[in-house]
Design a protein around this ligand. Structure first.
Ligand code: FES
Length: 157
């Protein structure tokens, strides 16, 4: 279930923690297997992470369902993680999310018909001064407008 390459990556993270504390690498392990699985987790993968890190499955599920980093349904090739917390909301995130939904013909949490994009509402990403903002992959996009979103979507194609 967990590839040899993913195990190597997980082992690297486990080695950063004291002996016997490998379960501390659970977030990295979930991130690695999620990425390898096309961007989402499932029950088998969470169980495999629990087995590999020798920790209770329920503890892995608690982490995987608490943090918004993890997806439990298939996602698009690119996930637009749109902050809708207070600073971003006051600066128009709700309107921009609606704009995206209309333009992509999807609702938040769904994947566009071409499989390219999914939109996810998330809580504060720590870039409040740049709101409204979103994260795509490792990149933050700040001070968003409809024009900027159009350009971002074009670039994703
Ligand atoms: S409120 Fe949006 S980044 Fe903090």
């Amino acid at each position: 279930m967990i590839s040899e390459q993913a195990k190597k990556e997980i082992d690297l993270w486990v080695s950063k923690y004291p002996e016997g504390r490998g379960s501390s690498a659970v977030m990295q392990a979930l991130t690695i297997v999620q990425k390898e699985n096309g961007g989402s987790l499932n029950g088998d993968l969470m169980q495999a992470v629990a087995d590999y890190l020798d920790m209770p499955a329920i503890s892995v599920q608690e982490v995987a369902t608490f943090y918004e980093n993890y997806n439990h349904k298939p996602v698009g090739k690119h996930v637009i993680r749109f902050c809708h917390n207070i600073s971003c909301m006051l600066n128009g995130s709700d309107e921009l999310i609606s704009y995206l939904e209309d333009k992509l013909e999807v609702k938040t949490g769904q994947v566009s018909k071409d499989g390219l994009v999914s939109v996810k509402k998330v809580e504060c990403l720590g870039a409040c001064v740049g709101g409204p903002m979103c994260q795509i992959g490792d990149q933050y996009h700040e001070h968003l407008t409809t024009n900027k979103l159009d350009k971002i979507l074009e670039d994703l194609k």
